[in-house]
Design a protein around this ligand. Structure first.
Ligand code: 9MR
Length: 389
């Protein structure tokens, strides 16, 4: 297991040591090195440098074409310490037909992360939404046959990336998008109860070093969904599912909220179960036109990040894209466009939201340097029964 403590020294920690010299001292600057980050002057720091010193990850999602050399890739490598393949590891990409596997896009994104000393949140093995499940999978009605396809999928894909990725979103969106019941998915319909715990165990067996996560949408704003998700995670743990962490996507509906006290308590509800928690797909849309909304957006970003920083065991904040030009929200048909939900504008210029995220991270670094060290909470659950799907 790689997740023995929440403030681990992995590639991120090594990067932090290189950047900061001796943590807690005045940063040392090796001859010829890039500008040293001084959190008292946040403009001297990247998000990644600040997150590194805090022992957390700051991440972004990206597609295979976005990690090709250019300003997009430059921004990714400079600012972020974790990378989530946005679509490259989804079932429809990796396993588009029975027994057919394609890792070209996944290899590109994972390879870029490795080259840039970024960790990988591999996303995702089983997405329990019919809309994003290949037709050939949805056509399977027999529980034994579907269990075999699921086992083949997760063992092949997780096995392919074993040792290259630090964590998997094993199950994505087990609950209904705008509700509290299980989603209406072929997996929930056809497979017997207990299938999710079996999938976690199968992934643990094939990649024992990867942290295993469950990821959900809308728990921060759909009424009752947080409580339903806590109950589901509890049930999975009770069933022996080897879950290490809980991802909350945090696709905010607007710049309103979240309330820091209430949202950080939601995060704590998962760390109280002995799990890590992370914000895995953050974006905050604003109405088109005018710059005032950019400032409201910046404050909303601050509240989300501050909520995570308030909770030991909240180990990552990942934004769902880098520039406003590449957001999924503009194609959703729900919000007036352009939605401008991310940290960088179309021309890679940092927005007020970027400045505010950097500022709140810098404040946390300064507070940490001034105060006592933070205790690590208890470790993850590791029970691993065999796959029985
Ligand atoms: O951003 C992703 C978009 O490019 C894809 O077309 C879509 C369908 O695969 O998925 C989007 O990402 C989703 C993520 O994988 C899971 N949570 C919701 C995200 C937005 O739909």
């Amino acid at each position: 297991m790689s997740s023995g403590g929440f403030r681990r020294v992995g590639v991120v920690g090594v990067a932090a040591a290189l950047v900061f010299g001796v943590v807690g001292a005045v940063p040392l600057r090796p001859a010829g090195a890039a500008v040293v980050c001084d959190p008292a002057v946040p403009e001297t720091c990247t998000l990644r440098q600040l997150a590194d010193e805090l022992g957390i990850r700051i991440g972004a999602s990206a597609e295979a074409d976005e990690v090709e050399p250019g300003p997009y890739a430059d921004t990714l490598g400079r600012e972020f310490s974790s990378l989530t393949p946005e679509n490259a590891l989804k079932w429809y990409t990796t396993n588009p037909a029975p027994g057919v596997f394609d890792f070209d896009d996944g290899d590109a994104v994972v390879g870029f992360a490795t080259t840039n000393a970024m960790e990988v949140r591999a996303h995702t093995l089983v997405w329990t939404q019919d809309t994003y499940t290949p037709d050939w999978v949805k056509a399977v009605n027999d529980p034994d046959e579907l269990a075999q396809w699921v086992a083949q999928h997760v063992v092949t894909v997780a096995g392919r990336y074993a040792g290259q990725v630090q964590r998997w979103d094993v199950i994505n969106e087990p609950l209904a998008t705008a509700g509290t019941a299980l989603s209406d998915s072929v997996f929930h319909r056809v497979l017997p109860p207990g299938w999710m715990a079996s999938v976690f165990s199968a992934v643990r067996a094939v990649d024992p070093d990867a942290e295993l996560w469950i990821n959900e949408y809308g728990t921060d704003w759909v009424p009752g969904k947080h409580e339903a998700f806590v109950a589901l995670v509890r049930d999975l743990l009770a069933a022996g599912a080897p879950i290490d962490g809980v991802g909350l996507q945090v696709h905010r509906p607007s710049v309103d909220g979240p309330d820091v006290a209430a949202f950080s308590q939601q995060l704590r509800d998962f760390t109280d179960l002995g799990l890590e928690v992370a914000i895995t797909e953050l974006d905050i849309p604003i109405p088109p036109g005018g710059d005032a909304a950019l400032l409201d957006q910046a404050q909303a970003y601050r509240r989300v990040v501050a909520s995570c920083l308030a909770v030991p065991g909240c180990t990552e904040i990942t934004v769902w894209g880098v520039t406003d030009a590449n957001t999924w929200l503009d194609g959703l048909g729900v919000f007036p466009t352009p939605t401008r939900p991310l940290l960088f504008d179309d021309g890679f210029a940092a927005k007020p939201a970027y400045d505010e995220v950097r500022a709140v991270l810098a404040e946390a670094v300064l507070a940490r340097r001034a105060g006592p060290p933070v205790d690590a909470p208890t470790g993850p659950v590791t029970a691993a029964p065999a796959f029985t799907g």
